[in-house]
Design a binder for this molecule. Structure first.
Ligand code: NAP
Length: 285
C-alpha cells in the first residue's frame, strides 16, 4: 500500500505512524511545503520517503492534513492528480466549506470528508503520537458521495486505528463543533490574554498559577496558523456560540455585582452535571 500524507504535522503524522505500525508493508510518502518538517519527519521515521505532488499518481491512500484554508485550494489539485482507485481523505476541523469545494469535482467519489476528534495543542511532525486516535470519534460527512469500495477501504483503516465512527451532515458538524471545540479554543486564548495583560503589572502572578489555570489555558498554546482559518470558515456558527458565551459571562458578572450568591451557587451546581455527561461519554467509548 502506498500511503501519501500531505502536511506532516500532528494529525497527518500521527495517522501515518499508526498506519505504518498496523500495515508494515505500507510505504509512507510525505509532502510538506515546510522543508524543516519534511526533514524532521524523515529523521523521526514518521515517513519513509519525501515526495512531490507529481508522485500522487502512484498513491493508494492520500491523507490531506493541512490548515483548512490551504485544504480548499489543495484538494481539487490532489483529486486531479490521483489515479481512479485511490482514496483521498481530509481531516480538517471544518467540514461544510471542504465538502463544497469538492462537490462538483469529477473525482468526488474518490474523496472522504472526515474529522477525527483527537489532538493536542502541539504542531509539526515532532508532535505526532502513536495511538492518538484509539477510542476517539471520527466524524464522517456525506459518506454516500464516496464510492462504496473506497469507503470500505477507508473504514477498515479507521477501525484498525481504533476509531469510532459517527456520520453527520457537514452543516451539523460545523454547528456542533463550534460549541465543543472552536468556542473552547477562543475562551482559552482570551483567558490567556487576560492573565498575560495583567502580568505586565504584576510579575508574580504566574508564580501563583496552579494546575487549574494550566489545564484551562492549555488550548491557548495552539497554532494561530491553524485556528485563524477555522474561525474564518465557521464564522457564523462561532459568532452564535460566542454570543451565548458572552451572555452567560455577563449574567454571572451581574449576579456578583448584585451580591446574589444563592443564584451563583445554583448556577454552578446546575453546571456540575457536566461531570456525569463527560463520564457517560467516556463510558460509552
Ligand atoms: P500541523 O501540525 O501544523 O501540520 C500541518 C503541516 O502542513 C505543517 O507541516 C505545515 O507547514 C504543512 N503545510 C501547510 N501548508 C501546506 C501545503 N500547501 N502543502 C503541504 N503542506 C503544508 O497541523 P495539524 O494540527 O496536524 O492540523 C492539520 C489539520 O488537522 C487541520 O486542518 C486541522 O484543522 C485538523 N485537525 C487538527 C486537530 C488538532 O488538535 N490539532 C484535531 C483534528 C483535526 P507549516 O507549519 O510551515 O505551515
Amino acid at each position: 500500500m502506498k500511503v501519501f500524507v500531505i502536511g506532516i504535522g500532528l494529525i497527518g503524522g500521527s495517522m501515518v505512524l499508526d498506519i505504518k505500525a498496523h500495515y508494515p508493508e505500507a510505504t509512507i510518502y510525505g509532502i510538506d511545503t515546510n522543508e524543516k518538517h519534511l526533514q524532521q519527519a524523515l529523521e523521526l521515521g514518521v515517513i519513509d520517503k519525501a515526495a512531490t505532488m507529481d508522485d500522487l499518481a502512484i498513491a493508494d491512500f492520500v491523507i490531506v492534513s493541512v490548515p483548512v484554508n490551504v485544504a480548499l485550494g489543495l484538494l481539487p489539485k490532489v483529486l486531479d492528480l490521483i489515479n481512479d482507485n485511490a482514496i483521498v481523505l481530509e481531516v480538517g476541523s471544518t467540514k461544510n466549506p471542504i465538502c463544497e469545494v469538492v462537490a462538483t469535482h469529477s473525482r468526488r467519489r474518490n474523496f472522504i470528508a472526515t474529522h477525527p476528534i483527537a489532538g493536542t495543542e502541539f504542531s509539526g511532525p515532532s508532535a505526532a503520537l502513536r495511538d492518538l486516535f484509539k477510542g476517539k470519534t471520527n466524524i464522517i460527512c456525506e459518506v454516500e458521495k464516496t464510492a462504496f469500495k473506497l469507503q470500505e477501504k477507508a473504514l477498515e483503516v479507521f477501525k484498525t486505528l481504533g476509531m469510532r465512527i459517527r456520520y453527520m451532515d457537514p452543516k451539523s458538524h460545523d454547528k456542533h463543533i463550534a460549541y465543543v471545540s472552536h468556542l473552547s479554543h477562543i475562551s482559552s486564548f482570551m483567558l490567556g490574554k487576560t492573565v498575560i495583560d495583567k502580568e505586565k503589572d504584576e510579575q508574580d502572578i504566574f508564580d501563583m498559577a496552579g494546575s487549574g489555570f494550566e489545564s484551562t489555558v492549555r488550548l491557548a498554546k495552539s497554532s494561530p496558523a491553524m485556528w485563524t482559518p477555522i474561525f474564518e470558515q465557521n464564522k457564523a456558527q462561532v459568532l452564535e456560540s460566542l454570543e451565548e458565551y458572552i451572555s452567560n459571562l455577563t449574567k454571572f458578572k451581574d449576579l456578583l455585582v448584585q451580591d446574589n450568591y444563592q443564584s451563583i451557587y445554583d448556577e454552578m451546581a446546575s453546571v456540575n452535571k457536566i461531570k456525569e455527561i463527560l463520564n457517560g461519554i467516556s463510558v460509552k467509548k
